[in-house]
Design a protein around this ligand. Structure first.
Ligand code: ADP
Ligand code: MG
Length: 608
């Protein structure tokens, strides 16, 4: 007996549905794309219970005649391609003719549609893939598609659904991306009977972003002027210096209006943003690429998110250039905007074994010389064994290099002795010890000190926090709200007292005492991002540690604070009380030694 069977159409659709409709948000994506393909200028999305109970999309697009209304639920029925050549030059969202039959096969499905020229439209009902009724429809021009009880006949798939709030969050994400890419279209999102968004059509993409993301984010975006090169056009909006996230979630890119993910674009962004982002941080972008449909392949991914560019390098290059150009221009802004620029943090150099390297993003030219020296020095074996970078046994105190400069006299005899020379670039403390020159990155040192203090405090019951005179109101997306709610306890131990206050709003009553930031709400956003990216892979203590390291510490000192000599001494004292004084919590060095021997060699006083 032969084993191969041709699947029945209904079964084939259910199998395909597994690929195309993995969750309610995927239904939203497909239906919104169909409405956009149909030229709608008004699209309303209604969902109940995270889309699991009901999804209804109403548009004012071209609609379908009766024949098409029946045909569109057949597999591989599409009005969008007819020939192989069409496939090579797809300009529409859909083209597989797979979405509607797939969705209809796993739900109670209703489609009502009417074209401009016809007096009466068509209503079609399908139950789990079987046509159960066709009748006349007297509604407005356009199409309504209603999807009820999604996966009612596929229990395996139903099991994979997450909470309603999570499913809704994914829906909202789909809604947002389409709304951003199509600002000329009016969009409405109704969740369980309440209007979540109503976005009137606008010619200005930034207005649309504002409508979706709020003033706070919109005001911190900078414009990427359209750049055209090698047949690629790039424009959009990106987060200015200091605005970043710890996941790619707000790194949104579109190709010819379609939200996509692509490696060359990611590389281009990384290149363009280079040195303005900390390691592990991702930019906020709303970037639009436009190019000839023949220059890429969209047919790679069933959900049509991934793209294969014929010339990936050109894409990467153009994206990098456009972003760099925008950032450079933003840096030239007058004083008034400098508040946000202060937050620029140098990129992280991977921790080197001996940590004798200067960070790669030192700005002044005098440092460039030092860096050159350091590069040469690092090609030789390092003068100190790992783990013990400084000689702690001192026979006689160092002779002052400059008269009357203060000596750091440690209380514990095992600590190294330093003579403070001064501060370079408001960041690097120059010191002398018996070996020669010592440089301390005061920011990295502060981070280390605060990190260990906070970790200790956390282990002992909680980071000290400060009550706010005026509680802050934090607005979140439903998904972020969920995450926050789950972690209220850990946050309290980190000194953040948050309390749910109505839907998707939290009242922030206290913040960690260490925190020094001008923008606590933006900081809290980062904390949430951090929770999101960490919660899946960390235990709760690790989570706390990582949180402190990556977000709390980063804001525990402002860059370029001018320290007085007593403050430097206190910092050294604290630093050497740490378990790991020689690097910051991110692995950058806090101290660099340049020995007299090395200097003598550099100056040609000694044979190499
Ligand atoms: P595809 O979008 O890949 O063509 P779908 O299954 O999503 O496949 O849709 C099948 C066809 O149904 C489309 O090609 C289009 O002709 C028609 N259609 C679907 N939704 C709409 C809509 N909202 N308005 C008008 N026509 C639609
Ligand atoms: Mg489609």
């Amino acid at each position: 007996m032969s084993k191969i069977r041709i699947l029945s159409d209904a079964l084939a659709s259910q199998v395909a549905a597994g690929e195309v409709v993995e969750r309610p948000a995927a239904v939203i994506r497909e239906l919104m794309e169909n409405s956009l393909d149909a030229g709608a200028t008004n699209i309303s999305v209604e969902v109940q219970r995270g889309g699991t109970a009901m999804i209804r999309i109403t548009d004012d697009g071209v609609g379908m005649d009766r024949e098409d209304a029946l045909l569109c639920i057949e597999r591989h029925a599409t009005s969008k391609i007819r020939t192989k050549e069409d496939l090579a030059a797809i300009a529409t969202f859909g083209f597989r003719g797979e979405a509607l039959p797939s969705i209809a096969s796993v739900s109670r499905f209703r489609l009502a549609t009417r074209q401009q020229e016809s007096l009466s439209g068509t209503e079609v009902e399908i139950m789990g893939g079987k046509l159960s009724g066709v009748k006349d429809h007297g509604g407005a021009v356009g199409t309504v598609i209603e999807v009820r009880s999604l996966f009612f006949n596929v229990p395996a798939r139903r099991k994979f659904l997450r909470t309603e709030a999570t499913e809704y969050a994914h829906i909202e994400q789909q809604f947002r991306t389409h709304a951003i890419a199509n600002s000329h279209v009016t969009f409405t999102l109704v969740r369980d009977g309440g209007v979540a968004f109503h976005l009137p059509g606008t010619q200005e993409t930034l207005e649309r972003i504002r409508g979706l993301a709020g003033d706070e984010l919109a005001n911190r975006l900078i414009k990427v002027e359209r750049m055209e090169s090698q047949g690629i056009s790039v424009w959009g909006f990106i987060g200015g210096p200091g605005l970043s996230r710890s996941s790619r979630q707000q790194q949104i890119t579109f190709l010819n209006g379609r939200p996509i993910e692509s490696q060359p674009i990611n590389y281009g962004l990384r290149e363009g943003f280079h040195t303005t982002l900390m390691k592990g941080q991702y930019p906020v972008t709303f970037l639009f690429l436009e190019m000839n449909a023949e220059a890429f392949d969209i047919n790679v991914h069933p959900a049509k998110k991934e793209v294969r560019f014929h010339d990936g390098f050109a894409v990467r290059d153009t994206v990098a250039k456009a972003v760099r150009h925008a950032l450079e221009n933003a840096n030239k802004l007058p004083e008034g905007r400098s508040a946000s620029l202060r937050m620029i943090t140098p990129a992280i150099v991977p921790p080197q074994q001996q940590s004798f390297a200067l960070p790669s993003t030192v700005h002044s030219s005098s440092i460039a010389i030092l860096r050159q020296l350091e590069l040469e020095a690092s090609s030789r074996p390092a003068p100190h064994p790992p783990g013990k970078p400084f000689d702690t046994k001192i026979d006689s105190p160092p002779q002052p290099l400059i008269e009357n400069t203060p000596v750091y006299a440690p209380e514990k005899p095992t600590m190294p002795v330093f003579r403070i020379i001064g501060v370079l670039h408001r960041l690097y403390v120059l010191m002398e010890n018996t070996d020669g020159l010592v440089l301390m990155d005061q920011h990295a040192a502060h981070e280390r000190v605060n990190f260990e203090k906070m970790r200790k405090a956390m282990e002992q019951g909680g980071v000290p926090s400060q009550r706010l005179l005026m509680p802050l109101m934090l607005q979140t997306s439903p998904r972020d709200g969920d995450i926050l709610k789950r972690h209220l306890d850990s946050l309290a131990r980190l000194g953040i007292e948050a309390e749910p206050f109505g839907t998707n709003t939290f009242k922030i009553e206290a913040l960690p005492t260490f925190l020094k930031t001008d923008d606590p709400l933006a900081w809290l956003d980062q904390v949430i991002e951090e929770l999101q990216s960490l919660s899946s892979k960390s235990s709760s203590l690790r989570l706390g540690e990582d949180m402190i390291a990556t977000t709390v510490c980063r804001h525990s000192v402002k860059a370029n604070d001018k320290l007085s000599i007593p403050e430097i001494q206190a910092l050294l004292e604290d630093l050497f009380a740490c378990e790991m004084p020689y690097c910051c919590p991110h692995g950058r060095p806090t101290l660099i030694q340049m020995s007299i021997h090395e200097l003598e060699r550099k100056f040609g006083r000694q044979a190499p």
